[in-house]
Design a protein. Structure first.
Length: 390
């Protein structure tokens, strides 16, 4: 949008867009353009110049002379709701400006839930494919993450696949994730050298550039077979971060935000599966309060279907689901039969011979009447030998 500005603040509490996760939202309140004597920000209530809304936070590489690698700086996209906001005063007194930064915790927490759920989905998908291939005695097809997109409303996970998942596959993967969530396993994070992280079996993206020290996000095993059964790794300080028996459900290199407990992800719902290219498929899902809202919406629709098909009124009726389904099936059969009858009648009318007859009434009015004559009459209630339609 054209009415936005871009700011860099230090320190910056906003999480920058990265790893498939959207950047933080929030607000900035200008407290003062004059530094306090002790270099601390003035307290609340002191005169400022308005509030800015933080719409996004994006990482921007900054190259410093003499350094081999760029340093990432978090840049805020901001917007002033008040059209009279004094941008000139803010930009002319950058070094003397104190801001109160507030992160929208609700948005961050929702993004964290969907990001952790993405890790669970990745692990559950890999585990299911391996188990299904073993059960069928078939060759296991390679599943690898091909991208992801996480926001406060849903998660999107792209992966390599040689064929589409069946309905049963999708339900099985969804149930694996749901079982892990209901077990309430903890989520642990730990920083360690890249080589140690890869040696521990942590998943990483092939085309992603990682620093020498990386962050590993791990979810303890919940009874399902994890992607690997290696012993729980530890960093150079000897700090372990997996379950007590050394088994993990998921372990990935990741710098995003995550929940501390899986309980907040309940329920988990896969909403769609589609193809996005040759050999690449996409799963979209949602979890937590967003998924609960979706379930309530679907339940309301089911209530309406029950009312219209079974004449059952009430909220969240306990009428067996098979009753409205049977009524819908009967309606579809009747609609199919009606369509067939219309098709037959249309074909007969198309073959009919048409004549035009003028009819005079006693009061002097004249009507034009079309007469349809058929070579043969139908035996199923169709048009007879002749019929006037005008």
């Amino acid at each position: 949008r054209d009415d936005c500005y871009y700011l860099v603040i230090s320190p910056c509490p906003f999480y920058p867009r990265g790893g498939g996760q959207r950047g933080d939202e929030g607000s900035l309140r200008v407290l003062s353009h004059t530094p306090a004597s002790d270099n601390a920000a003035p307290g609340p209530g002191q005169k400022g110049s308005g509030e800015l809304l933080v719409l996004d936070c994006v990482p921007v590489p900054v190259y410093t002379p003499g350094t081999a690698h760029p340093q990432e700086v978090s840049v805020l996209q901001v917007y002033a709701p008040d059209a009279t906001f004094d941008w000139q005063q803010l930009t002319e007194n950058v070094s003397d400006t104190f801001l109160e930064a507030r992160v929208d915790e609700a948005v961050r927490e929702a993004c964290s839930r969907h990001h952790t759920a993405t890790h669970l989905l990745n692990a559950a998908l890999r585990s299911h494919v391996a188990a299904a291939a073993g059960a069928k005695g078939a060759e296991e097809w390679d599943v690898a993450q091909a991208g992801s997109d996480v926001n406060e409303y849903r998660l999107r996970f792209d992966f390599t696949a040689s064929h589409a998942l069946t309905k049963e596959d999708v339900l099985a993967v969804e149930q694996r994730v749901q079982a892990a969530i209901e077990a309430g396993a903890s989520v642990r994070t730990l920083e360690m050298p890249l080589a140690e992280a890869k040696a521990s079996g942590a998943l990483s993206l092939a085309n992603e550039a990682y620093s020498d020290v990386v962050r590993v996000v791990s979810v303890a095993s919940t009874g399902h077979a994890p992607p690997d059964d290696s012993v729980a790794p530890s960093n150079s300080k000897g700090e372990h971060f997996d379950s007590a028996d050394g088994r993990v459900f998921s372990r990935e290199l990741c710098g995003g935000t995550h929940v501390q407990s899986l309980a907040s992800l309940n329920p988990f719902i896969i909403t769609s599966q589609s193809s996005v290219g040759s050999g690449v498929r996409r799963i979209e899902a949602t979890c937590g309060p967003t998924a609960l809202s979706l379930l309530k919406e679907r339940w309301a629709a089911l209530d309406e279907i029950m009312y219209r098909t079974t004449n059952t009124d009430g909220i969240r009726s306990l009428v067996p689901v098979d009753k409205p389904l049977a009524a819908i099936a009967k309606l579809l059969e009747r609609a199919k039969a009606a369509e067939a009858k219309v098709r037959v009648l249309t074909e007969r009318l198309a073959r009919a011979e048409t004549q035009s007859v003028r009819v005079h009434t006693d009061d002097g009015r004249v009507f034009q009447v079309h007469v349809l004559r058929r070579a043969e009459a139908g035996a199923d209630g169709g048009v007879g030998e002749s019929e006037m339609d005008g």
